[in-house]
Design a protein around this ligand. Structure first.
Ligand code: FES
Length: 104
């Protein structure tokens, strides 16, 4: 299944990409040349954090350990382990997340 994603960068530029349901959002963004910060690629560090504006994602049973409860409540996601379940609109996080802020 193929979904559409609009990703808005910090420079307020939109990238419109297609995502397969079986690839992570980070894989799809990278494949389409969209630069995003990443480190652990397993949902632990939180550096890849993005805000989900519209749409649904799924972690396939994996735990987004890099998100604290407030970030989850504020609709932030970890695209390195998230897969889309509908068309999406994503927003880049306005500040760099450090390892120390990953767990609160
Ligand atoms: S790259 Fe570490 S949580 Fe996504």
């Amino acid at each position: 299944m193929l979904y559409q994603c609009t990703y808005r960068s910090l420079a307020q530029q939109d990238s419109n990409i297609s995502l397969h349901a079986d690839e992570t959002i980070l894989e799809a963004l990278t494949k389409h040349g969209v630069y995003t910060k990443k480190a652990c690629i397993n949902g632990a560090c939180g550096i890849c954090l993005m805000k989900l504006i519209t749409g649904d994602i799924d972690y396939h049973g994996r735990t987004p350990r890099g998100l604290n409860s407030q970030e989850i409540a504020d609709d932030y996601i970890l695209p390195c382990i998230a897969k889309c379940r509908s068309d999406l609109t994503l927003l880049a996080r306005p500040t760099t997340k450090s390892k120390n802020s990953a767990k609160k």
